[in-house]
Design a binder for this molecule. Structure first.
Ligand code: FAD
Length: 431
């Protein structure tokens, strides 16, 4: 081996959630093995610090493969039977992190600070003897001499075992920039097309700027070819070009899958719409009656007051404009029963038609990537010896609620522990 090459038993590329979990799991078990963690950013765990709005929603007590993309579910079922939320929490407890679940099962550190999660991981990492190279971007990977040669900025590394934890392409400002997909090409690994998930959805609607900044509690559905494919309840946030809020984030995967591949949940389809019930607490008939009563009781009030007291006033006017109902200089008495009925119907079924794919830089997760069929239950490549792939680089993405970090941490712990076991076996044989 060339003396300028930094040679380790094991190298982990990526100091995010998956890579850090793998490094700690490896280091705690593989006494004597030399290993390194390479991270392109100047600091470890930048994205981790931003998770859960700075609180880090690290798993969810309400766990099922159903919360992941359809193609990942068989793999997730097996993984989740081994690494349950309880098991993940107890792994973190063994590092000294106290966690608690909120009323919806979302698990956070008791400190309510993502920094606590990063703290325990880096404190333990410090104990393991891991060489950490921050500010070092791996550009290329080659298989050589029964191992992996990594070309980074001004350094070359070699390891017999490589753990690929370089993430996806979402929120590149926090680190992961799609390098994983280049590495897949370097290693001749297949890669499913990638697209953003958990992101604001661009809606083609010229009236949207009039409700910029408005928020409404809504039931939001993803309707594909006229059928409801998914439904969420939450706060809908309207902006001049996008609709967002956690409820929309949850549907954005299907919207972007449709825009990228023409499918929804893997099934080909022709059209996709987001349909929002903006007044979910009352039936369409009840709403129509309420609006009609208002028109009768306040005949001289301006027509743009139709939804006053029911919805944000701007949103009410938006609905009326969508239905072609005059909102200037008219009075409530001038509105016909048909107009009132149409406004009530639209408020219960406001349509937002996706106009363009979401942007990776405002997405929380990348869908697509290296197929799960490439790895075994230990996250080990079925194609190449000594290669593990974990985290968002893989074609597995979950809903908001701690499911993505669960997958990243669970994969990291599994791969790190398995790589360490192989390392110990190798050393025992060499003795
Ligand atoms: C704002 C935001 C909030 C989120 N909140 C939550 C949440 O509360 N709960 C949840 O479950 N999920 C959340 N997610 C998603 C979750 O953070 C990710 O799914 C998870 O971090 C993926 O872990 P990872 O280790 O695979 O990738 P990352 O955390 O992205 O880590 C990959 C690391 O590899 C490094 N890297 C990339 N390329 C190279 C290279 N060429 N050379 C060297 N290093 C490289 C990157 O700099 C990065 O540090 C959130 C995401 C975002 C953006």
């Amino acid at each position: 081996m060339n003396s300028n090459v930094l040679d380790f038993d094991t190298i982990i590329i990526g100091g995010g959630a998956a890579g850090l979990a793998a490094a700690v799991a490896f280091g705690r078990r593989a006494g004597g093995a030399s290993f390194a963690l390479i991270e392109k950013e100047q600091k470890l765990g930048r994205k981790l610090l931003a998770t859960g709005s700075g609180r880090c929603n690290l798993t969810n007590m309400n766990m099922s493969e159903e919360f992941y993309n359809v193609s990942a579910r068989p793999f997730m079922r097996r993984m989740l039977s081994r690494v349950t939320p309880e098991r993940l929490i107890s792994s973190f407890e063994s590092l000294g992190l106290l966690c608690r679940a909120d009323s919806e099962g979302r698990v956070y550190p008791c400190s309510n600070q993502a920094a606590s999660v990063l703290d325990v991981l880096t404190l333990w990492l410090g104990r393991t003897g891991c060489r950490v190279f921050c500010g070092c971007r791996v550009g290329r990977i080659r298989r050589e001499n029964g191992g992996y040669l990594l070309e980074a900025d001004d350094k070359t590394f070699f390891a017999k075992t490589l753990i690929l934890a370089s993430g996806g392409q979402a929120s590149a400002a926090l680190g992961s920039d799609g390098s994983s997909y280049r590495f897949a090409r370097d290693l001749s690994l297949p890669c499913e097309p990638v697209f953003p998930s958990l992101a604001p959805v661009f809606a083609s609607d010229r009236l949207l700027p009039s409700v910029k900044g408005v928020r409404a509690a809504a039931r939001v559905s993803l309707v594909a070819d006229g059928k409801t494919a998914a439904c969420e309840y939450g706060e809908l946030q309207l902006n001049d070009k996008t609709v967002s809020g956690v409820c929309v984030f949850q549907l954005s995967r299907l919207v972007n899958e449709f825009l990228a591949l023409g499918t929804v949940n893997g099934r080909r389809c022709e059209s996709v719409r987001i349909v929002a019930d903006l007044v979910p607490d009352i039936s369409a008939g009840g709403l129509e009656e309420l609006l009609a009563k208002k028109c009768r009781s306040l005949p001289d009030a301006p027509s743009d007051a139709l939804f006053a007291g029911v919805l944000n006033r701007k949103l009410g006017v938006y609905i009326m404009k969508k239905c072609g109902i005059p909102t200037n200089g008219e009075t409530l008495s001038s509105l016909s029963a048909a107009q009132i009925g149409a406004a009530a119907q639209y408020a219960k079924n406001a349509v937002f038609t996706p106009g363009a794919p979401s942007r990776f830089d405002s997405a929380q997760v990348t869908a697509g990537g290296i197929p799960l069929s490439e790895i075994d239950r230990n996250m080990k490549s079925l194609r190449f010896g000594g290669l593990y792939i974990i985290g968002e680089a893989l074609d597995a993405d979950g809903l908001c609620g701690g499911y993505n970090l669960h997958f990243a941490f669970a994969g990291g712990i599994t791969a790190g522990a398995h790589a360490a076991k192989s390392e110990v076996k190798k050393h025992d044989k060499d003795k």
